[in-house]
Design a protein around this ligand. Structure first.
Ligand code: G6P
Length: 495
């Protein structure tokens, strides 16, 4: 659900697109749990689609257009069959999910087994055989949809933890294909992965790919250690020799880190737009022009460390280090996976904490925490980045964290401070952020205080260096690095 914006910040109008037949088989396919479009109602009251915000689709849209591309994914509504359709130069191939499958495959195995297991078991993962059965069945369906749409020798790029069995199914159905896989979230160490009753099948599923990409070198190493430990695979120089049923080597799977990034150009363009700059000034004014605005932007997820952040902030208010007259904390928490129990509990906890903090520290004029349980379009996000002096990213575990990168990309004048958890993938690249262990509440308080009082020259030096990194590594570079490595693997393999 998106919040309404002032007229002038309205994002692109939805484009109505009637289902159209596909052009034919595709040379390049992306397979992800969700299609990169959201359903919207058009001016005449009908249904249309709008491209979802996000770097992945921005990076891949040009590749799609130049290579007869198609995207395979779920369209977001349970119990609905949709014919393939065309939208903004992309063929979209919807994969249906029944209501039960949403519960068992998506909310269950993907988000109550794999998600917590892969994020350091911050929440306890649940293991249910019925969820696993649904995961296998749905992964098979995605693989069949991709196999049916791919041209001879096409490249297929499978995305994320919801679809780890797809590479293997796909190779069985279509051995001619080049298959890539990218895991957007962390891959856990074998000591944790060991808990999964279906650990061998998952590793085998991934090894169906020619190239398996991870966010960090540590994730790559974890995966390769698991392949060795649970399958007895022979691993040399990040390559696994995958055997067929007769023991002969059928192909080589390579694992490598490819840290994802953002559409830097888009964020920079928005950050320079006069209406968005005006909106950022308006936000500051609406908050009563405090000395410092602090910002947190997260999906409402227990991996994000929102409660740790609020605890530290509350103690700083209590200690008198921060005064509500001087500082405002904006916490955007976008609704996520709301039918999953651990997310419902987290929402109650966060909202309880915000209520208590505001009850204790608010004045008639000032509010301690502006808590916004909404999603916002990217235009409003950039206005918030511009309005904020301190960005707080305190994840307990995070594959990458693109919000940190967006904040840096938006700060063209080199001002602003980024507090960044060392447990994010982004911490590998943003070494000049104020790095923190969010479990250490005293450390978190100290770093927030330091960020608020950061001398302008130091802030500028840090931001300049982070911007240099981000500007040189956008999401377009990420996708072309991955795809060219996949193509080269193909050449090596064929020899
Ligand atoms: C993370 C995952 C994505 C997922 C997104 C939103 O970023 O890596 O695969 O799409 O969260 O979660 P949702 O469950 O709404 O798709």
């Amino acid at each position: 659900m998106e919040r309404h914006l002032p007229e002038k910040l309205q994002t692109q109008q939805p484009v109505k697109s009637a289902p159209e037949p596909l052009h034919g088989l595709s040379d390049f396919l992306v397979v992800s749990n969700r299609l990169p479009v959201d359903r919207v109602s058009t001016d005449d009251g009908g249904d249309g689609w709008r491209r979802s915000p996000g770097g992945l689709v921005t990076a891949l849209a040009p590749v799609m257009a130049s290579r007869d591309g198609a995207w395979v994914g779920w369209h977001g509504a349970p119990d609905e069959n949709l014919a393939p359709f065309h939208h903004e130069n992309m063929d979209l191939i919807p994969v249906p999910l029944s209501n039960d499958e949403v519960e068992l495959y998506y909310e269950g195995f993907s988000n109550s087994t794999l998600w917590p297991l892969y994020h350091d078991v911050i929440a306890p993962p649940e293991f249910h055989r019925t969820w696993w059965d649904a995961y296998r069945k749905v992964n098979r369906r995605f693989a069949e949809a991709a196999a049916g749409a791919a041209a001879q020798n096409a490249t297929v790029w499978v995305q994320d933890y919801q679809l780890q069995l797809v590479p293997r199914y796909l190779r069985q159905l279509r051995p001619d294909l080049r298959i890539g896989f990218f895991n957007h979230i962390p891959f856990p160490p074998p000591e944790i992965f060991a808990q999964l009753p279906w650990r061998q099948a998952i590793i085998n599923g991934l090894l169906g790919a020619d190239l398996i990409g991870f966010q960090r070198p540590g994730d790559t190493a974890n995966f390769l250690r698991s392949a060795r430990r649970f399958l007895g695979a022979s691993v040399k120089a990040q390559q696994v020799h995958v055997g067929d049923a007769d023991g002969a080597i059928s192909h080589i799977a390579r694992a490598e880190p490819f840290p994802i990034s953002i559409d830097v150009g888009q964020i920079q363009e928005l950050a320079a737009r006069p209406d968005i700059i005006a909106r950022s000034q308006q936000i500051r004014e609406d908050l009563g022009n405090p000395k410092t605005i602090l910002l947190g932007v997260d999906r409402l997820d227990y991996t994000k460390g929102i409660t740790h952040r609020l605890k530290a902030y509350g103690e700083l208010l209590h200690d008198g280090v921060i005064k509500v007259e001087d500082a405002a904390l904006i916490q955007v928490a976008s609704p996520s996976r709301e039918r999953v129990e651990s997310y419902r509990l987290l929402r109650e906890e966060v909202e309880g904490m915000v209520g208590r903090l505001n009850g204790q520290f608010d004045t008639i004029l000032n509010t301690a925490v502006r808590y916004l349980h909404h999603s916002y379009p990217v235009e409003e996000m950039v206005a918030l980045y511009l309005a904020s002096d301190v960005m707080l990213v305190t994840s307990l575990r995070d594959g990458m964290n693109l919000v940190a990168k967006e904040y840096v990309a938006a700060r063209a004048d080199n001002t602003g401070a980024l507090v960044l958890s060392e447990f994010t993938g982004a911490a590998d690249q943003l070494k000049q952020a104020l790095l923190v262990n969010p479990h250490d509440i005293d450390g978190l308080k100290a770093i927030i205080t330091r960020a608020i009082n950061l001398p302008p020259r130091e802030a500028s030096r840090r931001m300049r260096s982070m911007r240099k990194q981000i500007l040189a590594h956008d999401v377009q570079r990420w996708s072309s690095d991955f795809l060219s490595t996949l193509a080269n693997e193909a050449v090596r393999d064929d020899r």
